[in-house]
Design a protein around this ligand. Structure first.
Ligand code: TEU
Ligand code: CA
Length: 584
């Protein structure tokens, strides 16, 4: 229980209690308590979660049938990737109708059932809000492209050619120019993603009101908030000049600098969010840590938190690919902690539907080390500072897919990049595939592995929309639920353990040894309560000496079982993870 929130006397009672305890500072290190700061979120990618009718595509009824599984894991919130009506040029991130359920996923009744089922089990549900762009099949765009005087023309961003060429040098994240010439009016429309994802014109107040209305539509059904897709891109630069040279290879850092971003988010907050007890998390691709407080400082009334891409991007290819290092990862977390004060809040995530599998990227997915390293990563995810997001299947230690050739991929990002880079002979096919195997989004989009029956129990049909990872016979939920030593059970224990102390939400964070290339050791401290987390990110046995003045204390979580207590020097086996309670 949190004393500062005891209903009775508010401030008076609190100061009395604080006086008795002799505490000079508020009980939560100055943070205002919120349910979403203490929650753990589980991301469901509906297409790949569970197919209920054998058509090879996951659906809402499938998710409802697995709510007990999600609840048993011990998470608090489910984030659903887009479930709206869509022609699926980008797996639902191209929405045709915001008030309809994708027909492959089911009906509105199925959605209501899912929401009810989650609530009955004490879980919350947040939806994906994709409003930087729509599908080109959305009725607004169908109208907009008809003529220059159509009432919906200004719902999107249209420009005439410039000297017979595209209006500017903006590029799409799915290859090529961000402009597409539309023959009906001989003007270009902007699409920062696929051609079938035209960008909305947020400078048009009608567009903003449409968005606020559709948000209310879902909030009034009882959903608990939104994950907002590429939300920092909504405000475009006035007069849309060329991307300056310094941003050319990473235009996301330019697209986030639109002049009205904060104004629009504050308006959205005032018109919609402030009226509900909900959480928001912005997908902040291209937002720097310096910009972050402007989005999440609670006194500004914009968003609750954002996804910062620095950690996941560490593992993306550079040319030549040099991989990531532990000191770099630690530096990111330390910097995030330093740059965000008590008015801001962070998220912790190492994978999602846009990134490869966490165990294959930051762990070691070989047969011998997959289990220990997946558990170590779970320990880290659930003890760092910020709201943790678990991506479906990571709780089983699911791995990257052994893609052979281009034909094994579904993702538009990979297919377009192949056309642009390989077919034009800029990059050799084998080199391209090597990178894609490491980082392609389809790695994490393969179906959930439920059991060892055909197609991992994901579908009763013959063909899932994307192939199931062939390792489903060894790695699946049924087997792991039966094995107390599984990755799944470790996640479950870690989640339960996390709930035993608010130190994991609000405790101060301190990295004990930033330069250590194999050991990640840190403390989380709240009042007199202190936890020490020690993680060995290598296959080697490593001795780690604690800084003077710190004793390990009693071991409260470990991924390999027995380990020494109260010692000054800890000897950790390969990929060993331990959590100690320091002191009494
Ligand atoms: O992704 C935003 C985004 O720009 C990247 O994660 C992107 O997918 C890729 O890594 C660029 O190289 C969001 C969604 O999460 C993603 O699934 C969508 O494809 C994208 O927006 C468009 O809606
Ligand atoms: Ca289905």
């Amino acid at each position: 229980m949190n004393l500062s929130r005891v209903v009775l006397g508010g401030a008076v009672l609190y100061s009395l209690l604080a006086g008795i305890a002799g505490a000079a500072e508020p009980s939560l290190n100055g943070y205002e308590p919120k349910w979403w700061k203490e929650a753990v979120v589980y991301q469901v990618y509906p297409r790949s979660f569970k197919d209920s009718n054998g058509d090879g595509i996951g659906d809402l009824k499938g998710i409802t049938s697995k709510l007990d599984y999600i609840k048993t894991l011990g998470v608090d919130v489910i984030w659903l990737s887009p479930h709206y009506d869509s022609p699926n040029a980008d797996n639902g991130y191209d929405i045709r109708d915001y008030r309809k359920v994708m027909k492959e996923f089911g009906t509105m009744e199925d959605f209501d059932e899912l929401l009810k089922g989650a609530k009955q089990r004490g879980m919350r549900v947040v939806l994906d809000l994709v409003v930087n762009h729509t599908s080109d099949e959305h009725k607004w765009f169908v109208e907009s492209r008809k003529s220059k005087v159509n009432p919906y023309r200004d719902y999107y961003i249209w420009r005439p050619a410039k000297d017979g060429q595209v209006p500017n040098n903006w590029t799409s994240f799915f290859s090529g120019s961000a402009w597409k010439l539309d023959p009906a009016t001989n003007e270009y429309y902007l699409h920062l993603f696929a051609e079938k994802q035209p960008d909305l014109n947020w400078d048009n107040p009608k567009v903003r009101n449409e968005v606020y209305d559709l948000m209310k539509f879902w909030l009034d059904k009882g959903v608990d908030g939104f994950r907002m897709d590429v939300i920092p891109f909504i405000s475009k630069q006035a007069r849309m000049p060329d991307i300056p040279i310094e941003f050319l290879d990473q235009p996301q850092y330019y697209y986030t600098r639109g002049p009205h971003l904060h104004e629009y988010l504050q308006e959205m907050n005032k018109e919609v969010l402030s009226k509900y007890d909900v959480m928001t998390v912005g997908e902040a691709f291209g937002v720097t840590l310096e910009q972050t407080p402007n989005l999440v400082d609670e006194r500004r009334h914009e968003l609750n938190m954002i996804f910062n891409f620095d950690a996941v991007r560490l593992a993306h290819p550079e040319l030549p690919w040099i991989g990531w290092t532990l000191p770099k990862l630690k530096a990111i977390y330390t910097e995030q902690d330093e740059k965000l004060d008590v008015h801001s809040w962070n998220t912790i995530f190492l994978s999602n539907h846009d990134n490869p599998r966490v165990v294959s990227t930051f762990g070691d997915d070989s047969t011998e080390w997959r289990g220990p390293s997946a558990k170590l990563l779970a320990t880290m995810l659930l003890t760092l500072k910020g709201t943790p997001f678990i991506y479906q299947g990571d709780e089983l230690g699911m791995t990257n897919y052994p893609f052979k050739g281009l034909e094994d991929f579904d993702d538009i990002e990979v297919k377009n990049a192949w056309k642009e880079k390989v077919e034009t002979k800029q990059i050799p096919a084998e080199y391209f595939l090597e990178q894609a195997r490491r980082v392609a989004r389809d790695n994490s989009r393969t179906p959930m592995q439920w059991d060892d029956s055909a197609n991992g129990g994901f579908t009763s049909g013959a063909k899932p929309w994307l192939a199931v990872n062939p390792n489903y016979k060894e790695i699946n939920a049924k087997q792991e639920s039966a094995d107390p030593e599984s990755v799944y059970h470790y996640f479950q224990r870690m989640l339960a353990f996390r709930k035993t102390s608010k130190a994991f939400a609000y405790g101060t964070y301190k990295d004990l040894d930033p330069e250590n290339a194999k050991i990640f050791a840190y403390t989380r401290t709240l009042g007199t309560e202190q936890y020490l987390v020690v993680l060995n990110f290598s296959r080697d046995t490593v001795a780690y000496s604690l800084p003077s003045g710190l004793e390990a204390g009693k071991i409260v979580m470990s991924n390999l079982g027995q380990a020494e207590e109260n010692s000054k020097t800890l000897t950790l086996k390969g990929w060993e993870a331990r959590v100690y309670k320091v002191g009494k």
